[in-house]
Design a protein around this ligand. Structure first.
Ligand code: SF4
Length: 355
């Protein structure tokens, strides 16, 4: 039997009708569930006692359990959630500079098949897609963490483990639930889907018409450099990726975000910056410059390092001198396993700690 996080209001309403209860109770039950209230352990919400008992015995309140938690000095909290089949997945809560807000980073797959050479997730390979319910479970776990420290989970990004465009149906099913007015969790514009540049996925997202944000992880301004870092770069040239991103941007009227992780001696020269500026010059896209969290030797045997502050600033200055909007994304959780996939990898090698 699925958990409540696996169900949409229509499916639960049908189940209630089959049990002989009013279908209209379904939206109320799910809304309370998404708000983190213990709806199925109490009849305090005006539900018939018999229905509460059926809910308690039929649906587990959660299909994911906390396997490990790391909290950094800056408040960044990384969760390792154990799924029903024993596999684990990472989710991250990032405090905003406003004291009452936080952002959440969700995974879309267990592991990842993309093979980005600088990424810790890629070292454990791909295991499976997450279900929509498992994605919702991550949101609920992060919201509990946010509430516990007096913050509101205000925005969500799909930038954790996995390539969201390769599990787009489940990602969009989860997002539709989180943005469902009847469930009252988040607005569309509070959610960002990222991609390493899967062109058919960008096209499919554009076709949905959903008013989400799109972030494209470019990480290099030319195809040769990109193919060294991201094997997927051989399949989708930068020109095709940006053309697809252009169409998304034109259809939504809001800037796409370009993610660019600065790696010392790899993609951070002034020449790289000028080529990137040329590439993005006529576009209104925003550029997020990321500071790299080293993850040890890569699969190709490279020990990537973060660019120095001086080099990073010079890179950003080239972009800004061309009137491009370029920001540094704050580096989070440096004193924990901050890079995507690190905690999961460590937890598979040693007993869980910091719960
Ligand atoms: S960076 Fe993202 S897409 Fe690339 S291997 Fe890591 S999780 Fe997958």
């Amino acid at each position: 039997m699925p958990a409540l996080a696996d169900l949409d209001p229509a499916t639960l309403a049908q189940q209630f009708a089959e049990w002989g209860y009013k279908p209209s109770h379904a939206a109320r039950v799910l809304r309370a569930f998404y708000e983190g209230r213990e709806i199925i352990s109490s009849s305090a919400h005006g539900l018939p006692q018999g229905l509460v008992k059926r809910l308690q015995t039929t649906f587990p309140s959660s299909a994911a359990t906390l396997a490990a938690r790391q909290i950094a000095a800056d408040g960044t909290t990384k969760l390792l959630l154990r799924l029903g089949d024993g596999r684990t997945v990472e989710s991250v809560l990032m405090p905003d500079f406003r004291a009452d807000r936080a952002a959440g980073c969700l995974s879309s797959q267990v592991g990842c098949a993309m093979g980005c050479d600088f990424c810790a997730t890629t070292k454990t390979g791909f295991e499976r897609n997450l279900t929509a319910g498992e994605i919702v479970e991550q949101f609920l776990a992060l919201r509990r963490e946010a509430n516990a420290v007096g913050r509101k989970l205000q925005t969500l990004v799909f930038m954790g483990m996995g390539e969201p465009m390769l599990n787009l149906d489940a990602v969009l099913t989860a997002v539709r639930r989180l943005a469902d007015n009847a469930l009252g969790a988040l607005g569309w514009r509070q959610i960002t889907v990222s991609t390493v540049g899967i062109v058919p996925g960008i096209e499919a997202l554009t076709a949905t018409g959903l008013n989400l944000h799109l972030a494209v992880s470019l990480h290099a301004p030319d195809d040769a450099t990109r193919a060294r870092l991201l094997p997927m770069g051989k399949r989708f040239p930068i020109a095709d990726i940006l053309a697809a991103a252009d169409r998304f941007q034109a259809s939504r009227g809001r800037p796409v975000t370009i993610q660019y992780c600065l790696l010392a001696g790899v993609n951070d020269s002034l020449e790289h910056a000028h080529v990137l500026a040329e590439l993005l010059g006529s576009r209104r896209m925003h550029i997020n410059l990321l500071r790299y969290n080293p993850t040890g030797l890569s699969l190709r045997g490279v020990a990537y390092e973060a660019s120095s502050d001086e080099t990073s600033e010079a890179f950003a200055e080239v972009l800004r001198s061309r009137k491009l909007v370029a920001h540094f994304r704050r580096s989070r959780g440096k004193d924990i396993d901050a890079a995507c996939g690190q905690l999961r990898r460590r937890a598979s090698q040693e007993p869980a700690t910091n719960l």
